[in-house]
Design a protein around this ligand. Structure first.
Ligand SMILES: [Zn+2]
Ligand SMILES: [Zn+2]
Length: 344
């Protein structure tokens, strides 16, 4: 099969012919029809700020396709089934995995980092990570559900316990943050404020339904600006700039929540712990999604409550993957999501 392969010493993917993998017990082979190009792929390939567990490695973790072979013991999927492949990998045996909360697994990993991923004509995945994709949802929408949409969904709904009618603030409007705006709207937010430092990202935030957008470079304090616009119930950070969270605790209503998704090496200094106690605020982390997110998202789309028609910037062949990584890194053309179609 054709695959985009990352060698340890290279800062680009090589399109190579590699052996087509065979599914083992409990595994399924999927013909990849669409795979999203994620910021973490830019970190893995171009910046080397993230690493794979083994090289050479085929990256790609946001994918959907058609089952083309099943291994022994797989009875719930058959060749020809349309599926989404969840991006997170896990042991499948611990108490968290058995309860469906596989993003809490001590062995949690990511497809394309901890095993070969979907920048290839075919990929192997455990059957337990597959979610059926209805005919009515195109493969590219199914693909981006696997991370770009499910990660902010888990952050808002499960880590952030978002309720209908709440006021929400989103920090960072890249691929994940922009979908957090769309999802906050779909979940019935009364008001959404979005912050970023890039004019194109702020324009995308408007297009995806933010009521107010703020260029964080133009204000002295993100927290004071937020308070001016009106207190919020839930803050979701995709930027990894933790000062914005601590600055904004004063703008949280009693019982308010702040959810951290963006990862950085920055420190978090909470200057007003008493305020957290009196207002009973909660700061929590959110990583990936558990077994609830993908089926619920498929249902939201089927019910017409979530529309991903503006999410795909353009579709590219496997040979164009390096160009997509560079364009995403440099924000050329103000992308939301590029997707790769290995069948093209
Ligand atoms: Zn990703
Ligand atoms: Zn586990």
């Amino acid at each position: 099969m054709k695959a985009a392969v990352l060698h340890e010493e290279k800062r680009e993917l090589e399109i190579l012919d590699v052996a087509t993998p065979e599914p083992g017990p409990g595994e399924v082979r999927v013909q990849v029809c669409s795979c999203g190009v994620c910021g973490s792929d830019v970190h893995l390939v171009l910046h080397r700020t993230m690493r794979a567990t083994h090289y050479p490695r085929i990256p790609g973790h946001e994918s959907a396709g058609i089952v083309d072979a099943v291994g022994p013991d797989v009875s719930n999927f058959k060749a020809g089934d349309r599926v989404i492949i969840a991006a997170g990998t896990s042991c499948g045996k611990c108490k968290h995995c058995l309860s469906g909360r596989f993003n809490l697994c001590p062995q949690v990993g990511v497809l394309g980092f901890d095993c070969d991923g979907s920048y290839a004509e075919q990929v192997i995945a455990p059957a337990r990570l597959l979610v059926p994709l209805p005919e009515s949802i195109p493969f590219e929408h199914g693909a981006i559900l696997a991370d770009c949409v499910s990660t902010p969904y888990h952050a808002l709904k499960f880590a952030g316990n978002m309720q209908t009618g709440e006021r929400v603030a989103i920090f960072g409007c890249g691929g994940l943050g922009i979908h957090a705006i769309l999802l906050a709207r779909a979940l019935g937010a009364a008001h959404v404020t979005a912050f970023d430092v890039d004019e194109g990202a702020l324009q995308n935030a408007r297009d995806f339904g933010a009521d107010a957008v703020v260029d964080a470079r133009s204000v002295r304090s993100v927290g004071k600006e937020l308070k001016k616009l009106g207190d919020v119930d839930l803050i979701c950070d995709f930027s990894g700039y933790y000062k914005n969270i601590t600055d904004s605790l004063r703008a949280l209503t009693p019982g308010g929540r702040a959810v951290m998704v963006g990862i950085s090496s920055g420190k978090m200094d909470i200057a007003i712990p008493a305020l957290m106690i009196f207002k009973q605020l909660r700061i929590s982390g959110s990583y990936g999604c558990d077994s609830r997110a993908l089926p619920e998202l498929v249902e939201l789309i089927a019910d017409g409550k979530l529309d991903l028609s503006r999410s795909i910037t353009s579709t590219h062949s496997l040979e164009e993957v390096n160009e997509c990584l560079h364009n995403l890194d440099e924000r050329n053309g103000n992308p939301v999501r590029y997707v790769i179609d290995p069948t093209a």
